[in-house]
Design a binder for this molecule. Structure first.
Ligand SMILES: NC(=O)c1ccc[n+]([C@@H]2O[C@H](COP(=O)([O-])OP(=O)(O)OC[C@H]3O[C@@H](n4cnc5c(N)ncnc54)[C@H](O)[C@@H]3O)[C@@H](O)[C@H]2O)c1
Length: 413
């Protein structure tokens, strides 16, 4: 089989993670990168781990001219301008076979709709990267419980949480650039993965119809004056003036269009999880059966005492967003696989080779954006949002949350 050439737009945190994941995908090569910063480092890293020569290109068009598919791994605020440049490159003759974009598809429903429109104008197959749906643990749970689903009925409640101590770059913390706080950044993962597991076995990813959303957003840690000062000093973002939520929770209710059964997805996300590092928790409850996943449980623990701790070079060697480099540490030795990055690349490349959308396409990403933004609306208005109401859907089309407008102080306690 010929090697499929991927090109990355962006060379930061997720690009390095995805390059790492590519070590476990056959017949795929990181052929090039274009980014405002970090291209040379990513290229050297790609060569060092053997995933490709990763040529550095000076712009989106040059990259598109030399690869089979491009991956938009740049910050949320640059999505539209980059997708527009990809569309222009395709119109100018770039022979791409697909385009990939990281979560969230847009900072607002309007932006996500624009991404869908631009992609449609290119006629390219699309992939929306939501890694958690591709986690091997999620897939194994569903495979294991398929007979129970068939005999007893589908899952009725899914709970999903993604939490860590806070993002690594200033733009994530700035709600006007990122699109909000932790609900926009990580709520999208938790809502998507719960929707996925709640769908009865064998049904498409949007089979269950979202009917309602309720949510709360709060600023629990990073609004406290001492923490606010630390954030300002470290990230240059002032939560006294432009705060974002560091905690969110809520419930999305879905309806089975065949049976009428209502099922619920509860999400909880925070940037104030001061434990070992990133934790993903998912559980699902069905009639007479259940599953539970906690990514902080590893078969490997290491212990580093105080005396030996000076030698610890990088806490994140143990775990993404690790906050400690001593004591008893949970170590995940293949996070790229654990979190689903390997399988999402395999899925997208296999689909693009056949001229098809990946399992999750841009239209799917738009649905997730609607649910997240419905969450902001629910939290702002302190009411359950009826997603079946045409007026609410129309309101969401032009909605920008107060938090994303930089007016978070009006809604966050
Ligand atoms: N699936 C996940 O778990 C996950 C994890 C982290 C980030 N992400 C998503 O990936 C995207 C990137 O996040 P990150 O953490 O890598 O960010 P980052 O800040 O670490 O890196 C961003 C990269 O994009 C480049 N860039 C910025 N503006 C650009 C532009 N206009 N044109 C070209 N390059 C540009 C920067 O120079 C940098 O190389 C975000 O949308 C984020 O939500 C997803």
């Amino acid at each position: 089989m010929s090697t499929f050439k991927l090109g990355f737009i962006g060379a930061g945190f997720i690009s390095k993670f995805q390059a790492t994941a590519m070590q476990y995908v056959r017949d795929v090569e990181l052929a090039g990168v274009y980014a405002l910063k970090g291209s040379e480092e990513l290229s050297a890293f790609a060569k060092s781990i053997g995933v490709g020569e990763c040529a550095v290109y000076p712009g989106v068009k040059d990259l598109c001219d030399h690869v089979d598919a491009v991956c938009i791994f740049a910050p949320n605020f640059a999505r539209i301008e980059i997708m527009q440049a990809v569309a222009d490159a395709v119109k100018a003759g770039a022979a791409l076979k697909g385009v990939i974009v990281e979560k969230p598809l847009g900072r607002t429903v309007a932006e996500a709709e624009e991404l869908v429109r631009l992609a449609k104008s290119t006629k390219l197959p699309t992939a929306y990267f939501e890694n958690q749906i591709h986690m091997k643990a999620i897939r194994a749970a569903l495979t294991q419980l398929a007979p129970q689903q068939r005999s007893m009925g589908p899952l009725a409640l899914a709970r999903s949480a993604e939490e860590h101590a806070g993002p690594h770059e200033p733009w994530f913390w700035d709600p006007t650039r990122q699109g909000g706080g932790v609900l926009s950044d990580m709520g999208c993962h938790s809502i998507a993965v719960s929707w996925y597991v709640l769908n009865p076995v064998g049904k498409p990813v949007t089979f269950l119809e979202p009917v309602a959303v309720q949510a709360e957003t709060a600023l629990l840690k990073w609004g406290v004056p001492a923490n606010r000062a630390k954030l300002l000093q470290k990230m240059g973002v002032d939560y006294a003036k432009v705060p974002a939520e560091d905690f969110c929770t809520g419930i999305v209710t879905f309806k089975n269009p065949e049976s009428g059964q209502l099922v619920k997805a509860q999400f909880t996300n925070s940037w104030m999880y001061d434990k070992q590092g990133l934790r993903l928790c998912m559980d699902g409850l069905g009639p007479g059966y259940a599953f539970e996943i906690n990514t902080l449980r590893s078969s490997l623990e290491v212990f580093i005492g105080d005396e030996a701790a000076e030698a610890a070079a990088d806490a994140e060697t143990a775990l993404e967003k690790s906050t400690a480099s001593r004591g008893l540490l949970a170590v995940q030795y293949n996070e790229a696989d654990l979190y689903g990055y390997v399988d999402e690349i395999k899925d997208a490349v296999a689909a693009f080779r056949q001229g098809k959308d990946a399992l999750l396409n841009f239209e799917y990403g738009l649905e997730i954006t609607k649910l997240c933004q419905g969450g902001y609306l629910a939290a702002e208005q302190r009411r359950t949002i009826d997603l079946t109401d045409a007026k609410t859907q129309a309101e969401l089309k032009t909605y920008t949350s107060l938090i994303a407008q930089g007016r978070g102080a009006e809604v966050l306690c």
